[in-house]
Design a binder for this molecule. Sequence first.
Ligand code: GAP
Length: 548
Amino acid sequence: MAYVQRLMNHGKKSAGGGASPIVHKNHYFCKINIIDMTQDELFKVLVAHCKEYGFIFPSSEIYDGLAAVYDYGQMGVELKNNIKRYWWDAMTRLNENIVGIDSCVFMHPKTWVASGHVAAFNDPLIDNKDSKKRYRADNLIEDYLAKIEEKIEKEVTKGRKRFGDSFDEAQFRATNPNVLREQTKYDGVHNRYLAAQQANDFKEYKQIILDCDIADPISGTKNWTDVRQFNLMFSTQISNTGEADDKIYLRPETAQGIFVDYLNVQKTGRMKIPFGIAQIGKAFRNEIVARQFIFRMREFEQMEMEFFCRPGTEMEWFNFWKEKRMAWHVNLGMGAENYRFHDHEKLAHYANAATDIEFNFPFGFKELEGIHSRTDFDLGNHQKLSGKKIQYFDPETGESYVPYCVETSIGLDRMFLTVLSHAYRVEELEGGESRVVLSIPAPLAPVKVAVLPLLNKDGLPEVAQKIMDELKYDFACQYDPKDSIGKRYRRQDAAGTPFCVTIDHETLRDNCVTIRERDTMDQTRVPIAELSSLIDKEVNMNNLLRKL
Ligand code: GAP
């Protein structure tokens, strides 16, 4: 996260300090120093902050919690719902040819045979015999490769500093002995890893781990077991006879609900290809490595869209959705430099092209969303296994075919983590004070306006309550009469509330209030009658959607 020092337009007048009935801005300046933290520290602090402010709790915490399972609290659920709405409306309302569904977690067991999950939804796991901890073998190798990449980038950064404007990066990479040494190491391991992935060669995974001297981060030893396959699907029984035939799975992705409902939606919605079906819902995976807060959970939510198209046009749509999805992310204003595409080198069994949108999380660039060209793999297999004809008659070509499909799939919880980790800041203010602020994009903020009577007496609560009763129909509001006004501002900053409205004694005379803006701390005196439109301009989700 950036270490920046900047001047901000910061109003110093406290609430109650001005009685002008017209909109008026203060123009005092104050230095705000955004305190630097290591990425690790930021992550720990963020987890604690999420609990303290009611965003996320460990599930069943009174029983010491459950690994990789989390509950969303009173603030978290609002933020989550706003993210859902931003995605849902961008997909379904803004695209006439995309409709939504809500299919079930439980599906016929054959679904997961057709999709390939029964045979191939496996992770390669390895245990350290000393720490008794379990890891994904592929992650251990990928982390090792990422560290070599980091070393190379550090050398390049040093070179850039040393040579200034005359720096020729390509030449530096081709000639610097340190870079060359690391690059050769990287290429050697990377090529072996790719070959092992293609061949599903678990012996070679282990050999790479041993050859690279990869140690368990906890025990520090290299005392590893062999690498084994581990199916990630949870299963349960649909009736209570306990027969093997009763076994069903908790869906590991929402996508299959869309594929098995394809015919129903296409026919009843009279959908013409190309068209899409969107869905938001829970998915379940028995993740081996479950130590990354809500980044990797055992129960999580996905927002997936399957876009059906004519065979042969899928690459065009793949590129179209790559750009569209990146634009959706960047539109939130969290810095285009914090996103990048990562094209897959090893394609999943169902894909003929795939890329990830990665975000710069506190623990580095990691997958946030996947975009896959899934060919006719899913519909074709469901057609085979169900015996039902899943074909589209294309009036333009006069042909019938199994449609091809491009998928966009984003984890809602990962998106939540993206927003929070980017929003969290500690700022040093004038006079040695500091504040924690969550600069959540205003349309996503859980609470949009806090209504604060300066004192909890003298008729101020009554006016505040009246304002609250008016605003609550348009915005998520919070009424907070307790503690000093400064404390209340800090509380709302830390919860990410974009606006505080303060009612003081002057309000009783001039019908004006002080509105304070979260990020700049600007305070403005405005007539009560103008409050709603002022707030709406900043927090209305439609303004965000219009920019897409
Ligand atoms: N239908 C395709 C599919 O499920 P995926 O790459 O396995 O593809 C898509 O998952 C997205 O779901 C990921 O990019 C990630 O955001 C999210 N996701 C996957 N596993 C997750 C987990 N265990 N916890 C939280 N989010 C997860």
